[in-house]
Design a protein around this ligand. Structure first.
Ligand code: ATP
Length: 294
């Protein structure tokens, strides 16, 4: 665990989380914490339980066992394992993106970002048609919603595409739009499931810049599942490693890269030739030695 992590109150505390699907234990007694103003990466080989963990945090699954506590800066606490998904996004202010992009493809780029702000707009309307038609609070909130959408479109370099159908954007742009849409909900924690998947190296670099901007300028917690080790190791403050559902390592990038348990998990017993090049490139000398000795 990093020194920084130990000195701040965690935004998210995961305690003894277990998720079973029948006889399969996808997440097995996992505990860790994630801080505000930090990027926490969850890494691990395919099938390690990363997405299942995300699905528990964001209310898609109710964990079999365990406690998930989210603490807002004002001290308000939310026990996420007891909340349905829509309340986790609405009340606990947790936003997420998905491995497979889930935009409203037939809506414009701008509309995608306005729809994301539906909750505050409907509140400002006083939940009435009359409100939608004329309440000053609604008009003001609507104007602010457009301003926020424009701010994030600018951040992700999509302002000039505001009127495009979202489904017609190139793949990398759709990934950026998903992050912009999540940020328009003004989350305290942003959960990103493989945001670099399918991006070229230039786009991955830009994604890394965007995530560090979100962390540094907006001071929220970012939880990141990612296979692209160049992204993970360059921007994460804290890395949690899963393998076969269990946590096998937890610390800052330098610690995790050198942890023999991580090296073994990625190399396997006899599979050093199959190690993904991006991991091979990033693991230190000790990893290569371990591979040679396997
Ligand atoms: N809804 C489900 N029902 C049954 N088994 C599931 C379900 N979801 C996930 N699993 C299983 O749980 C294990 C962990 O899967 P999960 O998708 O969480 O891994 P992952 O680390 O995200 O993998 P990847 O990196 O390939 O996305 C796998 O064995 C998977 O087949």
């Amino acid at each position: 665990m990093t020194t920084k992590s130990m000195t701040t109150t965690p935004l998210l505390t995961v305690e003894h989380l277990t998720m079973r699907f029948g006889g399969l234990v996808a997440v097995n007694d996992v505990s860790f914490s994630a801080n505000n103003g930090e990027i926490t990466a969850i890494i691990g080989p395919n099938g390690a339980g990363k997405t299942t963990l995300f699905n528990c945090i964001t209310g898609f699954y109710t964990p079999t066992v365990g406690r998930l506590t989210l603490r807002h800066a004002d001290g308000k606490e939310f026990l996420l394992e007891r909340m349905p998904g829509y309340r986790i996004s609405q009340k606990a202010s947790v936003a997420r993106t998905f491995q497979n992009i889930r935009l409203f493809g037939g809506m414009s780029v701008l509309e995608n970002l306005i729809v994301a702000q539906h909750n505050k707009l409907i509140r400002a309307s006083g939940f009435s048609i009359a409100g939608l038609l004329g309440l000053p609070s609604y008009t003001r909130t609507e104007r602010e919603a457009v301003e926020l959408a424009k701010y994030w479109l600018d951040r992700v370099r999509l302002l000039e595409f505001a009127d495009w159908e979202a489904g017609n954007l190139p793949y990398g742009a759709q990934r950026r739009l998903e992050i912009a849409r999540a940020m328009c909900t003004e989350p305290v924690m942003l959960c990103l499931d493989e945001p670099a998947a399918g991006l070229n190296p230039r786009e991955s670099g830009e994604l890394a810049d965007l995530l560090t901007y979100i962390r540094d300028e907006h001071k929220i917690g970012v939880l990141l599942i990612e296979h692209d080790m160049s992204v993970v190791m360059s921007i994460s403050d804290h890395v949690v490693v899963l393998d076969y559902g269990r946590k096998i390592s937890d610390g800052d990038p330098a610690f995790v890269k050198n942890d023999p348990a991580v090296i073994r998990a990625y190399l396997g017993e006899e599979e050093d030739e199959d190690l993904p090049p991006e991991i091979k490139a990033d693991l230190p000398e000790v990893a290569k030695r371990a591979g040679e000795g396997a």
